[in-house]
Design a binder for this molecule. Sequence first.
Ligand code: ATP
Ligand code: MG
Length: 426
Amino acid sequence: MALSIRAPRGIKDVLPPDATRFESILKDAEDILALGGFRKILLPLFESTALFARSIGGATDIVEKEMYTFLDKGGDQFSLRPEGTASLLRAAIEHHLVDPSRLVRLYYSGPMFRHERPQAGRLRQFYQTGAEILGPLSPMDDVDLIALIHRMAVSFRIPGSSLLLNNMGCPVCRPAYRERLVDYLNAHAEELCETCRKRTVQNPLRVLDCKVPSCQGVLEAAPRIADSLCPKSREHFRRVREGLDGLGIPYVLSHRLVRGLDYYTETTFEFVSDALGAQSTWAAGGRYDGLAGELGGPDVPGIGFAAGVERLWLLREKAGTLPDPESHPVRITIFAMDPAGQIPALALVGRLRQEGIPAAGHFSAGKIKGAFRQAERDGALFLGILGEDEIRSKTVQVKNLETGDQTPWPLDDIKALAEMIRKTGA
Ligand code: ATP
Ligand code: MG
């Protein structure tokens, strides 16, 4: 029967051996966050739609077009999470982890969902790992967080990676800038694409992010936020740059880097790679000083970032730093040659597993050729054969599939067999 149901568009099945490699990539990134003093938080896959609308912003692409939103059986409206920051803040506030006098550092990992046009490096379900710091922040915390991501770039040898940096101002200086920008955009409305004209009204800062070539010239000449920063934001920006300079972390000032989410204030940044093609950003984040207060928590600053794990995969693949696939996920496949061997085979795999040896059974009796094929499919290093003779002599014939050597092992000394298997190909 032909399979008529397929994975939804933009969803990627990750098969063995890639699934364990994918997890290693995730773990390598998480290890760097843990070294930075961040602690892991597990967040739900869906939240009230209102949480995302309020935090990410109602006029953003994510909330307007990309969320998977549904009514549950109780009639409440939820959305699959399109990102992690909103959930993390919600949870941190709800459980009183946010404290105006102390920093809290948290990280999360997991799938995110956005209804976007699928292409290389752009999926509808994709993994992110991200971290947030909440509390009385210094601009040096911005630098420290960026330094951790820089550490990832170095440690995974990400090819052609560079850091783009901007400061988007604060509630004091942004409104005035916004007005200057809107005046400019209105004066050039005829040269802008339709999306830009719409955004000029709804979310003018996002216009700066437009990728349409015909808009580029107009946007390059647009007023720059750097020229409108208030003294406090200007000082913040200066100190972040000073910190990065002090650590020798290179960056490129990017006055049009506004990010797609409304909650950002002050520092925004992206790590891009020229090895990624169109989807060049592999990690991105920034400060969001008003968000905790906006969500009903203590009014403390926050900063965070998220990295796209599929993009990390693509980059590590290019760099040749993908983790090795697991060799011999099954160490030994045990073959019961006939029905009388089935229960001894079951008992044997059980005892080997107890010894910590990954063991699989091939119980459906038959030709030895089939058992070899099964062992190969299992990725096994050894094939254990239980035939009539072996049952009688309480032994198992163990064949090393690489060398072809075959030795009988007594069934009453599994520890010795386990030790031999452990040593071979360790
Ligand atoms: P982009 O410019 O690629 O649309 P974004 O601004 O929407 O990114 P963020 O919301 O900041 O991205 O997400 C952080 C990171 O998550 C991105 O830099 C990217 O690596 C990854 N990411 C975002 N959307 C997707 C997606 N649809 N598929 C795969 N990875 C994604
Ligand atoms: Mg996007």
